[in-house]
Design a protein around this ligand. Sequence first.
Ligand code: KG4
Ligand code: ZN
Length: 358
Amino acid sequence: MLILGIESSCDETGVALVETTGDAVPVLRSHALFSQIAMHQAYGGVVPELASRDHIRRVLPLTDEALSNAGCQLSDVDLVAFTQGPGLAGALLVGAGVAVALGAALHKPVLAVHHLEGHLLSPFLSADPPEFPFVALLVSGGHTQLMRVDAVGQYELLGETIDDAAGEAFDKSAKLLGLPYPGGPHLSKLAEQGNPQAYALPRPLLNSGDLDFSFAGLKTAVLTQVKRLVGADLSGLLAAHAADALSDQERADVAASTQAAIVEVLLKKSLKALSHTGLKRLVVAGGVGANRSLREQLNAARGVRVHYPELHLCTDNGAMIAMAAAMRVRAGVWQPGAALHSFQVRPRWPLDELVAAT
Ligand code: KG4
Ligand code: ZN
């Protein structure tokens, strides 16, 4: 079965083709991606209306590209999958509208996919796919969650952030250091030149006893540290100007200390989740899963097998959406969208509300 997957929940338009045959692990035939990062950079974050308009411009050319790279035609597609949520409502509507229209035109079923399920199952596209059951650490710009995953569609929430996501903590701290959006990769690069122990930044909820996270206080701690370094009056100085006054080494040290704080919390809570569940396999997915320091420290943890998506599939893409659909088909836990000519998006949609057969 050839599955076309469409992702448009935020600032990446992705279209991919995944093929599933019997019990074999589904295979990625092609994927095409356009990132809007450059367009949003001028605003320091994603502008939802611009995102929606750009998805409209990109989605059909990307569909053509994915089909031609796989040597296929639209008529070869057996199932159309799209991201139904969570995400930006207007952006989601573009992918949903195109998917439902294609399904209607081709007389093929349409499957609504949960974006986080896409991230969660994306390591099955790697050369080293995990086996069920496992603990999943989902770390993106909008989510930080630990889930117990027993099978496709069987997800139990173990803990999550009570405020900002880990990606947000990276992005907001990076902004304070005057780095471009999205800050995570830039901060991580700068951190390579710095000393992670230079400044003691808080590790919120590290010893809370549960598996929840809190990152909202970190950006304030980073700002306070920056202002302390430049000797500024804490109330008076604008954040961006404070960072300008730092030396290159100080900036790198702040970046390294910030990354160390975020990574330590993610590492320790993931290990705690493994010991609570008695499981030995960890899947790390979502944009922050591309972070090198996080990967190095998780890989060094004893008695744990860690699985990641391919680096280029850590951030949003169509392949993970087609893959999630394929995994549902393979596991027999899917139902095509009921009415082919109507659809809904779900901008807010907790993953543990996803039942086995949606
Ligand atoms: O999964 P994703 O592409 O989009 C969401 O669904 O949110 O994740 C984007 C997030 C951003 O916050 C970005 O800064 C972060 O992932 N990110 C990183 C790295 N690469 C992407 N954070 C830290 N280190 C990285 N190397
Ligand atoms: Zn994502």
